[in-house]
Design a protein around this ligand. Structure first.
Ligand code: ADP
Length: 470
């Protein structure tokens, strides 16, 4: 049978039914019989005491005279008829003097069973000729002046206890049979509240895996399932975003690779077939070189981002003077600044500020930020790189007075391949990957980077670093 929730529940239901039935009819039955036997024993004890107190004189007289007392006998017979108990008044030597069943009189109990007086209670006593059925007997001692004078012995048929047990058991089994359909309804309910939501979840999971992220999963019922449903819906939302992101990513990559490759191919073919005259070749070879460099930069940036994502980047943390690194990085932009007549101001909060960070990676961050600041600044403007210390942190700021970033683009600039529309015309070399890498580097250091920018006014990028503890 296929392992389904339904089949398991049916098996559990049958097992539960059979087990309860067996338990009731074995252990339960024994327990009931024992309880009924104990009740019978209590009844015999109470009755013996009652007979002793009620008919004390007649009992002593009967024992003393060794003669049946007829008035006593009449009383014992009515007890026997009423309660189904046979009563014997017995002498010390075991002779039955007065008995509610006549046949027993003048017989000796020791002859019937030599071990009869060994215990107060005995079960399954069968005395042919006296009783037609096995009996349970109770021996009650009768004393006078603290001396044993005789016994009151009471018998009741074992069959009575067994019959009573069967009667009770019939009722219990009828109740059990009535309980079975109720148990089945309970199992049906369990199936309904567990299997139905599971089916809905499975359907939703199939829809999501086939790309239908808009499928609406509505789960009612138990809160655990509702929580699971909400988690799966959330997951589908995230998958949908990832799917979109991947599509955009592939589209961007294809576009960014295709355009330089097209121009490289076009110019190379034109040079080869002579369309471009010999004296012009230098110019076009330079374009080919420029595009090749752009492709190399794109590939290495992608590889670097990938390394960050796989947590494969090992940070080489050392202590160094951040002012020194800012100076060195700024120097490498001297030519670019001269071309655009940009003044690069460096303002440090202290003469030396030592930080614990990966020198090469932080230099790369500074390079990306200053490079962007220059790219997106107008000619004749200025750029300010400054440091500020607060507690154990140093905040490095790169501020420009260029084109700025439109408000709705601010959050997106950290995404891969994102370029604002305003910047596209200004920057043909850009890959849209620089800030993604910058953010990954800062986050790998467990630090933060933020941007404040107003379109048409300028931008300021600020990132934190941890100072070296002296
Ligand atoms: P890119 O290689 O295109 O510069 P980045 O990831 O470094 O890629 O930057 C992403 C985009 O963010 C840029 O294309 C530009 O639109 C915007 N941007 C970044 N820095 C500045 C800045 N200082 N001023 C204005 N826009 C900026």
């Amino acid at each position: 049978m296929k392992k389904t929730l339904w089949s398991r529940l049916i098996v559990c239901y049958l097992l539960a039914g059979v087990m309860v039935f067996l338990l009731l009819n074995t252990y339960g039955k024994d327990l009931l019989e024992k309880r009924l036997t104990d009740q019978k024993k209590d009844l015999l004890i109470d009755e013996a005491r009652l007979i002793e107190t009620e008919y004390k004189d007649s009992i002593y007289a009967s024992i003393d005279d060794s003669q049946p007392q007829y008035s006593l006998k009449a009383q014992l017979k009515s007890i026997s008829t009423y309660l189904g108990i046979t009563v014997w008044i017995v002498k010390k030597d075991g002779t039955i003097i007065t008995a509610s069943n006549d046949v027993a009189e003048q017989k000796n109990v020791n002859d019937l069973d030599p071990k009869f007086f060994d215990k107060y209670f005995s079960e399954n006593n069968y005395y042919p000729g006296i009783f037609t059925l096995p009996m349970m007997s109770y021996t009650h001692t009768v004393s006078y002046d603290f001396e044993l004078s005789g016994y009151i012995i009471l018998h009741t048929p074992m069959q009575g206890i067994a019959d009573e047990a069967v009667n009770y058991f019939d009722i219990i089994n009828i109740c059990f049979l009535l309980f079975l359909p109720l148990l089945f309804i309970l199992f049906l309910y369990i199936y309904y509240i567990t299997a139905i939501p599971l089916k809905n979840l499975t359907k939703a999971a199939k829809e999501y895996s086939s790309g239908n992220y808009n499928y609406a999963l509505v789960l009612k019922g138990l809160s655990e399932y509702r929580d699971l449903g909400a988690a799966i819906s959330y997951m589908s939302g995230e998958l949908s975003k990832l799917d979109d992101y991947q599509k955009r990513f592939v589209a961007n990559i294809s576009h960014d690779f295709r355009s330089p490759l097209t121009s490289i191919k076009g110019f190379a073919e034109a040079i080869k077939d002579g369309t471009i005259p010999h004296e012009m070749q230098d110019k076009y070879l330079n374009i080919i070189l420029f595009e090749t460099e752009r492709l190399t930069k794109l590939t290495s940036s992608l590889l670097e981002l990938n390394r960050f994502e796989n947590k494969g980047t090992f940070l080489d943390i050392t202590s160094y003077d951040i002012n020194n690194i800012i100076k060195k990085t700024a120097e490498s932009f001297e030519g670019a600044c001269r071309d655009k007549k940009i003044t690069l101001n460096l303002v440090f909060s202290s003469k030396e500020t030592y930080v614990d960070a990966d020198m090469g990676k932080i230099q790369q961050v500074l390079y990306n930020l200053i490079d962007n600041a220059i790219k997106f600044s107008h000619n004749n403007s200025k750029i300010k790189v400054s440091t500020e210390e607060k507690g154990d942190k140093v905040f490095v700021s790169v501020r420009d007075y260029g084109i700025g970033i439109p408000r709705d683009s601010i959050k997106k600039i950290w995404e891969r391949f994102y370029k604002t529309d305003t910047s596209r015309g200004k920057d043909k070399r850009g890959t849209g990957l620089g800030l993604s890498i910058t953010k990954e580097i800062i986050q790998a250091h467990n630090e933060n980077i933020n941007v404040i920018s107003t379109e048409g006014v300028g931008s300021e990028f600020i990132f934190s670093l941890t100072k070296t503890i002296e």
